[in-house]
Design a protein around this ligand. Structure first.
Ligand SMILES: *Cc1c(COP(=O)(O)O)cnc(C)c1O
Length: 386
């Protein structure tokens, strides 16, 4: 063959041994010797790998790993946490359906539900997430889905998953839980009755602030297939390199979570004792409203918490400006410690009353504890406090 052809047709070596890590299949598709296998791969999520938007070995390794950790039947990796959440909600809901959702939710999920209500004729009722009776009262004949978060942001609210899921299942309502803050190491919602678990893998699962991704895990393979068809149509599925980075991060999740939780616990107690801090919100603290539920549900209270500064908004803005080591940034769950001032960034569109309802004050700071030495973190926080 001539050079032009040889340049294009490089051959893929087939190793005799098994690679130690999941290889990165950075390919848009696969070639086949027979048409039947090819067609099979286009038609179902567990067929031959044919086109990467529908399935890819690196992406599948991530889906299987997270599904296994969560105790689900199958996983669906998406381009982002919102891609996973959107695929599930759009894949399950139809016009006229009713959704019951927890009141304090991630901003993106909040916005998606509002969009579903305004443009797609889905009705939404908000509940506190504390009380199964409140949920029962909210359920109606068209209720299709209950949407919860294991640990909500930035209040640290922990939903009583088992009680709420039992009430929902009695009524034939599908339970979807965002488990981003807890990770499957601290809580496995499927064990408490959830039908679908969603993650922003951008956060703890990938854990190094270098990738955007999401995963949805399904207790039931039939529902997985339904949502897969939808995610494939929307093109919300994951890129192999993003999946590969996430798999690499996943290997150290247990080590990182231990460090995140331990650092958060130390900082929480030191902040709670500091005169410039009015309140600290972390479910591990005995005076937190979710403390008792968290004790039953979680095997650790997570690495992200919030606290309110005595001086209100001015104190909050001055504090984030005075930090040196700790970075002011969106996101959480990476190896480096990050803070956010919700009132001026993530929740800036909320008015005073909405902020109060979401548990956010002008002086509220959210902190995602990294894995640095906790005394270096404390030195930086103390220097920035008034
Ligand atoms: C970040 C986040 C999301 C959205 O994930 P992206 O990867 O940013 O799309 C959803 N839920 C929670 C709880 C999050 O923290």
């Amino acid at each position: 063959m001539r050079p032009e052809t040889r340049l294009v047709h490089t051959r893929t070596p087939r190793p005799a041994g098994t690679p130690l890590t999941v290889p990165l299949y950075q390919t848009s598709g696969f070639s086949f010797d027979d048409l039947e296998t090819f067609a099979d791969g286009m038609g179902r999520p567990d067929g031959a790998f044919a086109y990467t938007r529908m399935g890819n070995p690196t992406v599948r390794a991530l889906e299987d790993a997270v599904a296994d950790l969560e105790g689900g039947a199958a996983g669906l990796a998406a381009a982002s946490g919102m891609g996973a959440i959107g695929s599930v909600l759009h894949g399950v809901l139809r016009t006229g359906d009713h959704v019951v959702a927890q009141r304090d939710l991630y901003g993106g999920a909040h916005a998606l539900l509002r969009d579903l209500a305004e443009r797609w004729g889905v009705t939404v009722t908000r509940v506190s997430g504390h009380d199964p009776d409140e949920l029962r009262a909210a359920l109606g004949p068209r209720t299709r889905l209950l949407y919860l978060e294991t640990i909500a942001n930035p209040t640290g609210h922990v939903s009583d998953l088992a009680a709420l899921a039992a009430a929902a299942r009695e009524a034939g309502v599908l339970v979807v839980v965002d488990n981003t803050f807890a990770t499957p190491l601290l809580c496995r919602p499927v064990e408490h009755g959830a039908d679908v678990v969603v993650h922003s893998t951008t956060k703890y699962l990938a854990g190094h602030s270098d990738v955007i991704g999401g995963v949805a895990v399904f207790a039931d393979a039939a529902l997985h297939r339904e949502v897969w068809e939808h995610a494939v149509e929307y093109g919300a599925t994951a890129d192999p390199f993003a999946a590969w980075l996430t798999l690499r991060g996943l290997r150290t999740l247990s080590l990182r979570m231990r460090a995140h939780c331990a650092n958060a616990e130390v900082l929480v107690h030191r902040l709670a004792a500091h005169p410039a801090v009015a309140a600290v919100h972390w479910p591990g603290l005995p005076d937190h409203p979710s403390h008792e539920v968290a004790g039953r549900l979680l095997s650790g209270c997570g690495g992200t918490f919030s606290f309110d500064l005595v001086g209100g908004r001015a104190a909050g803005e001055a504090f984030v400006g005075a930090l040196r080591l700790v970075k002011l940034a969106p996101s959480l769950g990476g190896t480096e410690t990050l803070v956010l001032h919700p009132a001026s960034t993530s929740h800036r569109r909320l008015d005073e009353a909405e902020l109060r309802a979401a548990g956010i004050a002008g002086g509220t700071i959210r902190l995602s504890a990294g894995v640095e030495h906790v005394d270096d973190l404390w030195d930086d926080l103390v220097n920035a406090l008034p």
